[in-house]
Design a binder for this molecule. Structure first.
Ligand SMILES: [Zn+2]
Length: 340
């Protein structure tokens, strides 16, 4: 089967890889309907994360179950399924509390390399959620989004305590930030302030529910949010970038007593204790427990109440994965769908 490998920073190739097989009785094999490139795949692509050796790429996936292990009971061959970037048993105490991304048996899907024709899904019963039926092709991008960016944006909005009457600020106008805007709107936020400098992303932010756009960054950006909120700051802020500047921008945009939902993969963030002490904000984030939200998100997509697939502004065949990475690296695309 064909699949994506990264050999070094900037070196992405599509190659023949070994067909995955059932290893554990709790595994399933899926034939992917689509895959995509994640913003976090750009960290090794840009050399920020060092690659020690060539590795398969991809952790987002939707597709059709082709085979299941002997212990799998909740999905069967032929089912169309969505899963998240961390496989989880969905039964341990951490999962039961809604934090499946830190399941005691968690398996990172990055190692499975889902930018490929087929993938092995560990802990299939706890990880995969079947759609109500076979999806129409136009639902594929949105279901793909549910696998990571929508679920992550949704968790960030929940962690920022988005809800009726709330003002929510969103730092980061990539796919996750845009999905967090969509989530905040669905959760009933009254006002949504999006930080963005890109006209096309600003337009999608407004379509997803942003009421205000701030083009300033850092302390100036946070000051702009304060100015828009009678000097208070947002009730909650989503941080969807993962840098030192974006983290403080989020904290300083938030009023004392407010909530920061941080989901940008942290790179070089160091928080000064005394400044944090003085901020009096709740910090809640990390790798999103997408599995918690999947049943609800799949249904919203199925009922055509949300269209998060709009974050994909480029679709390319899997064979052109190298161009997909380049387009995202050069910011010619927000997020690329890999078609199969
Ligand atoms: Zn668990």
């Amino acid at each position: 089967m064909r699949g994506v490998m990264m050999y070094a920073a900037g070196d992405v190739r599509v190659e023949d890889r070994e067909m995955p097989t059932i290893v554990e009785p709790t595994d399933a094999i899926i034939k992917l309907a689509a895959s995509c490139v994640c913003g976090s795949d750009l960290w090794p692509y840009r050399g920020v994360d060092t690659l020690r050796r060539a590795r398969p790429m991809g952790h987002e996936y939707i597709g059709t179950v082709t085979e299941v292990g002997a212990d799998v009971t909740t999905v069967k061959p032929g089912d169309f399924v969505v899963g998240s970037f961390i496989a989880s048993d969905n039964t341990c105490e951490i999962c039961a509390a809604g934090y499946q991304s830190r399941c005691v048996h968690a398996v990172g899907m990055g190692a499975m390399g889902t930018q490929a024709e087929y993938a092995r899904i560990p802990l299939a019963d706890g990880t995969l959620v079947a759609t109500p039926g076979q999806p129409n092709p136009e639902l594929i991008p949105s279901l793909m989004a549910a696998s990571d960016v929508l679920g992550t944006g949704w968790f960030a909005a929940v962690a920022a305590e988005a809800g009726p009457g709330k003002t929510i600020a969103v730092v980061g106008d990539g796919a996750v930030g845009l999905c967090a805007i969509l989530a905040a709107k669905q959760l009933g936020a009254e006002r949504i302030i999006a930080f963005s400098r890109h006209a096309d992303r600003q337009a999608l932010a407004r379509e997803f529910g942003a009421t205000d756009i701030v083009e300033l960054r850092g302390d100036e950006g946070a000051a702009a949010v304060k100015a828009l909120t009678s000097g208070y700051g947002a009730h909650g802020t989503v941080e969807a970038v993962g840098t030192q500047e974006s983290m403080w921008q989020a904290i300083k945009s938030t009023r004392p007593g407010g909530h920061v939902g941080y989901v940008g993969v942290s790179h070089g963030v160091e928080l000064d204790g005394l400044r944090l002490f003085g901020s009096v904000v709740h910090l809640h984030g990390g790798p999103a427990p997408v599995r918690r939200f999947l049943p609800e998100l799949i249904q919203l997509i199925w009922d055509r109440r949300i269209d998060p697939g709009k974050v994909f502004d480029l679709a390319l065949p899997l064979e052109q994965a190298a161009e997909a990475y380049r387009a995202m690296d050069e910011r010619r695309a927000t997020k690329v769908l890999l078609t199969l």
